[in-house]
Design a binder for this molecule. Sequence first.
Ligand code: SAH
Length: 238
Amino acid sequence: MPVNRGLVKVKGLGAVKTDGLDRLVGRRVDPGVGTVTILDPSIGDYMATLRRKAQIVGPKDSPAIVFHCSLRAGDLVVEGGAGSGALTLVLAHAVAPDGRVLSYESRRDFLAIARENVARTDLADIVEFREADITGGIPETGVKAVVLDLPEPWTALPAAAGALRPSGHLASYSPTVEQVRETVLALREAGFVQVRTLEILERRLEVKRGTRPAFDMLGHTGYLTFARKAEAPEAMHG
Ligand code: SAH
């Protein structure tokens, strides 16, 4: 539960006074309804309690995006579209405290949800939301990575290529093979290099007497396509 946010509704507990709870972080306490443990919020806790509308990029896939785009503190990242802001949070977490995420979303109703989800965290200062179609262009240049979760990611490649710095990273998340194919062909056509697509599979282990993998597994979310921006070779003279 968030601490120092006044009265907060907590599932299973009802309304809880959170002021002063920061002194109890890491402790077990009994607020009168049984023992609870006070933990400071992790990025996983933020993700688990998001208000969602669009399908989100979840904790199975977003860390791979951070790794393949080689994101670190201070980086400038452009995202399209924001959706519910789930991936936005993970990108902001990666580039904090002095990096920035510029997140494009063409739908006002989704943008409101993404804003709300980011405002609940301590990452709001890292993120700038823009109510705009990302295919219309990105004014910034020198961007470290452009991260796309759009139904037609290939339509955003000219804008992405214009914003990325040379050797910058492009990442695209798509649920279907048709989307991947169209994106990969467009990336190759546009001269991007190191174009690759992968899928992350994750299986939990249930540790008990007779430890074994969980029977349930998240079967499919999306494919991840990555690439790096490269310029066409300079014309040779003489
Ligand atoms: N990655 C997000 C989910 C994004 S869903 C998350 O983790 O929460 C895809 C979003 O892209 C939708 O909200 C849709 O409105 C938006 N979108 C689609 N085309 C767009 C475009 N051309 N420019 C900006 N946003 C776009």
